[in-house]
Design a protein around this ligand. Structure first.
Ligand SMILES: Cc1ncc(COP(=O)(O)O)c(C=O)c1O
Length: 375
């Protein structure tokens, strides 16, 4: 059994660079009960009404294939919810296997050989890999030091071959929220250059200082991707969606039909319940967590930008190296993610504050001690 099977791996698989931070995770695996600031998912459980909807769908036999674009009542409800929350009615909508499914299909459908895709730096790790899997070329637009996507920064990175722009606001790993006037300038730029925009709005419920603006309101050649992983804590249930121009959504549906087939049937019923539920409680709790973590980081002397959304902060690493700082933190029983996991630079580190309040306090104590060791 066994033998050398690596020769069977296709070029597209080999091209994905192995994570440079593997040794950090190896080190982290040695900890028994770490204070964990590394997890990018909510610490609250799926609300009971959604669990009931899923269980009752399963019990009533709603376990078979669904139409590939999703059950019609969920697709209608998503369009209604976008209209209610963002004030516009997308032309088309499909249900996907998580936001990741929507991102994958949008990129497979629209990015081909040599197509340049503008990707923020720092960014959610999947973007660059998905673009490369589609034989496209990621071109990074630098958002340091305040992590805001701006028309000026995007234009500085663009070339005549750029065709697709990826936006993510509120953002992972920085929590940055692009203000509406800047969103309008980006929309003007996209219109002028005739780009397709893929706007990842999975954290749109977690916008603490002003309601999040959907890019779909501002520019019609936009595929908005979103999902229920963060807002309803349904990370393991894999339901997301894409909205946008009918021709593009139809292209994505064609690909879904022969790959994922459909999002899990009973979980689509739960997603329908999620759209009807009041999810504002956890958002208010996360706003308080954001305030507390910012207060603690400032008191300890960290240099960071106050995040407006999501559940991350991206401070500068004392000593200058994200990886060295995170290794040191792990030796103090605190798990963080080095900035190099998300970026061309390794000068920062990511904190996820989607944790119980007690964990925030324990983590802040360790961070304050670590900061003192650099002064
Ligand atoms: C910016 C961003 N987009 C998409 C995803 C994927 O979400 P899902 O679980 O819905 O696939 C994540 C998950 O961390 C994310 O941070």
């Amino acid at each position: 059994m066994g033998g050398d099977c690596s020769k069977y791996l296709a070029e597209r698989t080999l091209k994905i660079e192995a994570s440079g931070i593997r040794k950090i995770f190896d080190l982290a695996a040695t900890l028994k009960s770490p204070v964990d600031f590394s997890i990018g998912q909510p610490d609250f459980d799926v609300p009971d009404a959604l669990k009931e909807a899923a269980v009752s769908a399963i019990r009533s036999g709603f376990n078979r294939y669904t139409p590939s674009p999703g059950i019609p009542e969920l697709r209608r409800a998503i369009i209604e919810s976008v209209a209610r929350r963002h004030g516009y009615r997308p032309e088309a909508c499909m249900v996907t296997c998580g936001t990741s499914g929507a991102l994958t299909l949008a990129i497979w459908a629209c990015v081909g050989e040599g197509c340049e895709v503008l990707v923020p730096d720092p960014h959610f790790v999947s973007y660059r890999h998905l673009v490369r899997m589609a034989c496209g070329e990621p071109v990074f637009y630098d958002t340091y030091p305040d992590f805001l996507a701006t028309a000026e920064r995007i234009e500085a990175a663009a070339t005549p071959r750029s065709r697709v722009l990826i936006l993510n606001s509120p953002a992972n790993p920085t929590g940055a929220v692009v203000p509406e006037p800047e969103m309008r300038r980006i929309a003007d730029l996209a219109r002028r250059r005739d780009w397709l925009v893929i706007s990842d709005e999975v954290y749109d419920m977690f916008s603490y200082d002003a309601p999040a603006v959907s890019f779909g309101v501002l520019y019609d050649k936009t595929i908005v991707v979103n999902g229920f992983s963060k807002s309803a804590a349904m990370t393991g249930w894999r339901v997301g969606y894409a909205t946008g121009p009918a021709e593009l959504i139809e292209g994505m549906c064609k690909l879904q039909q022969f790959t994922f087939v459909n999002a899990p049937a009973p979980m689509q019923k739960a997603a329908l319940a999620a759209l009807e539920a009041d999810l504002s409680g956890p958002v208010a709790a996360y706003r308080r967590k954001r305030d507390r973590i910012c207060e603690g980081l400032a008191a300890a002397g960290y240099s960071f930008r106050r995040p407006g959304g999501a559940f991350y902060v991206f401070p500068e690493a004392p000593g200058g190296s994200g990886e060295a700082f995170v290794s040191k933190a792990i030796r103090e029983n605190l798990l963080l993610v080095p900035g190099g996991a998300f970026s061309m630079r390794d000068t920062h580190f990511r904190i996820s504050y989607a944790v119980p309040d007690r964990t925030i306090e324990m983590g802040l104590d360790i961070l304050a001690r670590l900061r003192r060791s650099f002064s």
